[in-house]
Design a protein. Structure first.
Length: 409
């Protein structure tokens, strides 16, 4: 019996058996008495499909338009990164029973928001130390590194000792580019992506020098286990081999981010707007569920769900990874996804720039979150997460948003 195949970026793949006749509406096909269903991971583009017999197989030929082709090309680097092994992750040596018991602590049913939410934020600004550094830019700008204690305490007492062993991560940081003139300036708080925390890299990513020229002060929030908050090369943040630790780290992230906003308010910044990219967009989306008091949020290629990346891989554990482990992981990850929370921030002050072919921060998940929160200000760009094809649209959206929010006169 021939297989029914469909094209993907990895070549033609078989369609799993299912029900229905050959229709684009229900994505199914009938061939010589056997029925097949179109593979759900590869949504049908338009125009309609055509089928033909070839070498004992049926190939469904899809005529893609230019946009679909560019999105597929742009998504190729993303797919390769998704397949990369966790070479920087420490193998989990717990027993399956202990690991499942830890995961059960984070089941969403244990954290109803009307009783005790998992994500908490501080009510007061932290103490801090400020260190002024040399900067290669204008002499009218002071460049400061602000260190403040992370006052977050893990919710799971079993993880306290492991969490506190990472002493570098017990301090949080803001990097501040500030005009030396006494007049007040609005501030843009940037939240970086994964492994993009170095200030020089952030200067390029967020075009910080241009923001300074336009009259804004700029701060960079350093997420946990980045830059000065980590020692060594191991990855501790997006850790598929230890989901309980990841969940505590992301709760710490939102806690420390809000502490940084309160600190900036204490430094005299009454007007604070935020931009987050990739992992930083994820942080902003989750932060928006806590009721922050900032002027706006601008999210670029945000992640809203990391379950595709953080599902357990057999090589990462000393015990068999079975459906019990997978199911408990899926449930626990909902605890730190914006998809699991309502908006507690004015959605009219949120703007999202997403990439249609993004496979690192899947576009379908971003659209699901946008629909769920009814976010009206959305721009879609052709291409993948890293490789995209319309740079002018992203820039126009950002600077247009700053003007709309009154940050550019």
């Amino acid at each position: 019996m021939p297989n029914l195949l469909v094209p993907t970026s990895e070549g033609f793949i078989p369609i799993r058996e299912g029900l229905g006749e050959f229709k684009t509406a229900d994505k199914s096909a009938n061939y010589k008495g056997r029925k097949y269903l179109y593979h759900p991971l590869n949504p049908l583009p338009s125009p309609p499909l055509t089928g033909q017999a070839e070498g004992g197989e049926i190939k469904i030929e899809i005529f893609m338009n230019r946009r679909e082709i560019l999105n597929a090309i742009g998504g190729v680097p993303d797919r390769l990164l998704n397949l990369a092994p966790g070479i920087y992750l420490r193998r989990n040596t717990q027993s399956q029973a202990d690991y499942l018991e830890n995961l059960a602590f984070y089941h969403p049913d244990n954290w109803p928001e009307n009783r005790e939410p998992f994500i908490t934020i501080p009510s007061t600004a932290p103490a801090y130390k400020r260190e002024e550094k040399k900067w290669s830019g204008s002499g009218d700008i002071s460049f400061n590194v602000i260190e403040y204690p992370s006052r977050y305490q893990p919710r799971n007492r079993r993880l306290v000792e492991e969490f506190n062993q990472h002493t570098a991560n017990l301090s949080a940081y803001l990097v501040l580019w500030k005009h030396k003139a006494a007049s007040r300036h609005p501030l843009v708080l940037c939240v970086h992506g994964l492994q993009m925390a170095q200030p020089r890299r952030a200067e390029k990513m967020f075009r910080i020098r241009k923001l300074l020229e336009l009259g804004m002060d700029v701060a960079l929030y350093i997420q946990p286990f980045h830059w000065r908050r980590v020692r060594g090369l191991r990855e501790y943040f997006l850790n598929a081999n230890n989901i309980p630790f990841f969940l505590e780290t992301f709760a710490q992230n939102i806690h420390d981010l809000h502490a940084g906003v309160l600190l900036l308010n204490n430094l005299g910044y009454e007007r604070v707007g935020m931009i987050g990219a990739s992992l930083g967009g994820y942080a902003l989306a989750l932060y928006a569920s806590t009721g922050p008091r900032v002027d706006f949020m601008f999210l670029v290629v945000p992640a809203v769900d990391f379950s595709h990346y953080l599902m357990p891989r057999p090589q990462g554990f000393s015990f068999p990874v079975d459906e019990k482990v997978a199911s408990a992981t899926r449930a626990a990850l909902k605890l730190v996804s914006p998809l699991g929370y309502p908006a507690r921030f004015d959605v009219n002050k949120i703007k999202v720039v997403m990439h249609q072919g993004d496979r690192l921060c899947p576009a379908e998940k971003t659209r699901e979150w946008i629909r769920q929160w009814s976010i009206p200000n959305v721009v879609e760009v052709i291409g993948g997460h890293w490789l995209y094809f319309d740079h002018e649209t992203r820039g126009a959206a950002w600077y247009g948003w700053l003007k709309k929010m009154g940050y550019i006169q």
